[in-house]
Design a protein around this ligand. Structure first.
Ligand code: GCB
Length: 593
């Protein structure tokens, strides 16, 4: 799927703004054909945004079940003889869409785009009514998983991940147009050959058979550096300017679909020419060892929740630069494509993760209170879950395969991984990822409950990603003991001969809480000491090729005795003010980790 774009042949119309909105706790919307006319008893709701925190109403915040969005849109009158496509960048976690009274598309999965050709359902120059049912319910057959429990007080959504289940239309909605003959996809794979670069491209088109494809590659100044004919081929770029961490240099690949000598469709794909490879314990970008510094992040902003916001996008990257981070993980779901585009341009390195978080009922017994479920079983995460998970991996890779910033796929965060069932569940999912993208390493994030020697899934990974909380969840307030235990486990992992990225280490810190006495959890001093201890350990283990602190900023979670107004492991507060740890990290990372 190609992103909506304005080009010489394409035009977009943005549908963000205020939509009509109604809760449907009883699930009455479908039988009541709410799409057949204006939504009754509607309030207005901002798009893009999570709806949860916008109303001053717990019923909205804690709603379980469908909600409905609706708006009218004028179809531009010069879109005659064109294809009209309705495109959603995301609807969390599933959606069904009507144009007028016609159901046009459904999509499962809250963080990847979907679209539908609505040409036959609209008339240029006329108004069309768009209605969307968005459902936030998580079950054992969704990614991420959850369970809806019926209680005397109403439906309650349980889940095993540590962030609030924000929902709604989180990203932009578009109408766009193409000519009937149009490009549908492009894949680029880049390489280096001495001072030269190579760009393998493969395009797909639909809507006509007698077309040819032409591609033109231009540098950042707009000067043509290579061109090709045909739906696939290889371009060579003499004396290439490589894309590299900290140097987000991009070429522009214009794809042109040509019929009868005329360009009927044109699409621009930005291209960063770089290579990625694992070699023993090293992670190589452009054949040079790369050390990840940065964070696990969240899409989490006051008021708008997981809604995308460009001001926060730019501000967060400013803070990343200030603190000396060269990378982050899109924990724990695919982020807005605007984030990926910006990372490409900024030369930031990404670990790109699916929404498979919380596939671990063991965590239920530990950190988040007893839940009493088995992770993998016919009644819980099962074959159907695995199929949804495989689709989530395919959709992530299909969406993000052309981003030079993405160097590693993470197919799950902290799943159960110490059982035979987990091994059987995950083995084919690694194949799915490698088939979808043979060019990037693949891994998953290992949890502390599956320490070295017990994990049965890491054998399939190219890179070991470890989340560890020595000095926080274990050895709390005893950093000396934590240091010994942590180094021991890390050395055992190093024996695997693979690169290790510490994808989480962190300590909850209440901003403004201080202590003169060392080993006082929750204080700003403890967070600094905790990070220092971790860094001493990492610096003694050669196989460690990266450190990503949990978390960039404080974020919202469900309520519970482990959380004080959310998760407070941020190095920045939720409104992006620095804690003492931000300055400590800045000193380390600007020195070159
Ligand atoms: C983890 C999870 C992350 C949590 C974090 C914590 O291991 O991956 O989602 O927020 O721990 O703070 O407990």
């Amino acid at each position: 799927m190609l992103r909506p774009q304005d080009t010489r042949t394409r035009e977009r119309k943005n549908l963000d703004g205020l939509w009509s909105f109604a809760l449907d706790g009883e699930g009455a919307g479908r039988s009541g054909v709410w799409f057949s006319g204006p939504l009754a008893d509607a309030r207005e709701m901002a798009v893009p945004a999570s709806y949860n925190d916008i109303a001053a109403d717990a019923a909205v915040r804690d709603h379980v079940g469908p909600v409905w969005y609706q708006r009218d849109v004028w179809i531009p009158r010069d879109w005659d003889d064109r294809r009209t496509v309705l495109h959603f960048e995301a609807a969390t976690h599933r959606a069904t869409v009507w144009v007028g009274t016609t159901e046009v598309v459904s999509h499962e999965g809250g963080y990847t785009p979907f679209e539908v050709d609505i040409t036959d359902h609209v008339t240029p120059g006329e108004r069309a009514r768009i209605t969307v049912e968005v459902d936030n319910r998580l079950t054992f057959q969704t990614i991420p998983p959850g369970v809806v429990e019926e209680t005397p007080q109403g439906l309650r959504q349980r889940y095993w991940h540590d962030f609030f289940n924000y929902a709604g239309l989180h990203r932009s909605v578009w109408l766009y147009t193409t000519s009937p003959a149009h490009l549908t996809d492009v894949t680029v794979v880049t390489g280096l050959d001495g001072a030269d670069g190579t760009v393998d491209y493969r395009t797909h088109a639909a809507g006509a058979t007698d077309t040819t494809t032409r591609v033109v590659l231009r540098d950042a100044q707009g000067t043509e550096v290579a061109r090709g004919e045909g739906p696939e081929g290889t371009l060579t770029v003499p004396s290439v300017h490589r894309w590299a961490p900290g140097d987000g240099y991009l070429y522009d690949l214009e794809l042109q679909l040509v019929a009868d000598g005329a360009v009927v469709d044109s699409y621009h794909q930005s291209v960063g020419i770089r290579t990625v490879r694992v070699d023993g314990i090293r992670f190589l970008i452009n054949e040079e060892p790369f050390y990840f510094t940065g964070f696990g992040k969240h899409e989490d902003i006051p008021v708008i929740g997981k809604g995308h916001n460009n001001a926060f996008l730019v501000h967060d990257f400013e803070l990343l630069d200030w603190v000396g981070a060269n990378s982050f993980r899109t924990s724990h779901y695919p982020y807005s494509e605007d984030v990926l585009d910006y990372a490409d341009r900024q030369g930031l390195v990404l670990i790109d993760e699916t929404a498979a978080v919380g596939l671990n009922m063991g965590l239920g017994g530990g950190i988040f209170g007893g839940q009493g479920y088995t992770t993998f079983s016919p009644d819980t995460a099962n074959d159907a879950t695995q199929r949804v998970h495989a689709q989530a991996i395919r959709e992530l890779i299909a969406r993000d395969k052309n981003h030079p910033s993405v160097v590693l796929w993470s197919i799950a965060n902290e799943p159960e991984s110490e059982t035979q069932e987990s091994q059987d569940y995950f083995r084919p999912l690694f194949d799915v990822a490698r088939e979808a993208d043979p060019t990037r390493p693949v891994g998953f994030v290992n949890v502390m409950l599956a320490p070295h020697g017990t994990c049965r899934v890491s054998q399939f990974a190219d890179v070991l990603m470890l989340n560890r909380y020595y000095g926080w969840y274990v050895n709390t307030g005893d950093l000396d003991a934590a240091e010994v235990a942590w180094e021991q486990e890390l050395n055992a992992w190093a024996g695997e001969g693979k690169p290790i990225i510490i994808t989480e280490y962190g300590a909850d810190t209440y901003p403004g809480l201080h202590s003169l006495v060392a080993n006082s959890p929750w204080t700003e001093e403890y967070q600094v000491d905790y990070l220092d201890m971790n860094h001493r350990v990492f610096d003694r283990v050669d196989a460690v090729v990266g450190e990503q602190v949990w978390n960039f900023a404080d974020f919202t979670t469900t309520s519970g005795i482990m959380r004080v107004g959310g998760n407070k492991k941020g190095v920045f507060t939720r409104d992006r003010q620095p804690k003492a740890a931000a300055f400590a990290l800045r000193r380390r990372w600007h020195k070159g980790h």
